[in-house]
Design a protein around this ligand. Structure first.
Ligand code: SME
Length: 158
């Protein structure tokens, strides 16, 4: 397939709806996890220009930094720590309108103001999280949650 993304302008839901089949196209026929996580990060960055978007992947009892787009970030997060470790331990998406009001938030970048973290499931097991940060307050809502959960559900697991 062509590697160019078709960037749509419109409502947030319209943008996600246009992006999802393109992400499906990028994942089709590719079973390499790093390649797929890298392309999902890049597609989300290109469509929405989020401040930081990427994955942390479970390795033993920690999350370890995976493919991402944005400024350099902390590499390891313990279960239950920060928004990422919280989404992992609670097994659910966390939407944080103001990171300064989230107890234990891990500030990888002082520019980050709001955040959403979506667990990635392989069956009943959490294998990683998708983390998206914005430099604006209250950037993320249930629309982001709905579509980002759909997107992480597309990731093939071997
Ligand atoms: N803020 C996250 C840490 C990861 S960075 O934002 C990329 C957290 O509290 O888990």
């Amino acid at each position: 397939m062509a590697e160019d993304l078709n960037i749509l302008k419109g409502t947030k839901a319209e943008q996600y709806a246009s992006l999802i089949p393109q992400i499906q196209g990028l994942l089709t026929g590719e079973d390499n996890l790093i390649a797929n996580l890298a392309n999902i990060s890049a597609a989300l960055k290109e469509q929405f220009n989020f401040w930081w978007v990427g994955f942390y992947w479970v390795r033993n009892d920690e999350l370890v930094l995976g493919p991402f787009q944005g400024p350099v970030a902390c590499t390891r997060i313990k279960k239950g720590r920060g928004v990422c470790g919280g989404a992992w331990s609670q097994g659910k998406t966390l939407v944080v309108p103001d990171v300064e009001k989230f107890p234990g938030h891990i500030a990888c970048s002082s520019a980050s103001k709001s955040e959403i973290v979506v667990p990635v499931y392989n069956g009943s097991e959490i294998v990683g999280v998708l983390d998206v940060d914005s430099e604006q307050l209250s950037m993320f809502d249930e629309t982001d949650q709905f579509y980002l959960e759909k997107i992480v559900g597309l990731i093939p697991h071997n």
